[in-house]
Design a binder for this molecule. Structure first.
Ligand code: HEM
Length: 88
């Protein structure tokens, strides 16, 4: 467990750290689901069996991938903001 020192107590930092871990884990599984969906789509197109539903199968994980990736993108900056630099 990573404990960071902060004025408001160590435990206040544990919740965000856990969130980061979970979002990253969900992101990894989504990227795997997306990869599988893309392969399924390519196979379907090659066999001329493509349907709109197969397209959605890839687009849905991609949408969630984008949402979670925005969180991951902002993380380093959020850590910087919380690192105790004066805000004004
Ligand atoms: C929707 C567009 C996407 C955006 C905006 C995006 C953005 C990001 C960002 C910001 C990170 C975090 C980098 C860091 O650690 O600071 C990341 C990591 C990663 N991305 Fe994406 N990504 C996208 C699509 C994808 C796709 C399509 C895949 C693969 C199918 C993918 C696979 C990964 C993996 C495996 C990581 C490393 C995750 C980890 O740290 O465990 N990403 N991406």
């Amino acid at each position: 467990m990573v404990r960071a020192r902060s004025a408001s107590g160590a435990s206040s930092k544990e919740v965000p750290l856990n969130w980061n871990k979970w979002v990253r884990q969900i992101y990894r599984w989504l990227s795997l689901a997306f990869t599988v969906a893309v392969i399924v789509n390519i196979v379907a197109v090659a066999q001329k069996k493509y349907t709109d539903r197969l397209g959605l199968l890839a687009v849905l994980p991609l949408v969630f991938l984008l949402l979670t990736s925005l969180y991951l993108f902002v993380l380093p900056y959020a850590t910087e903001w919380r690192s105790g630099r004066p805000t004004d």
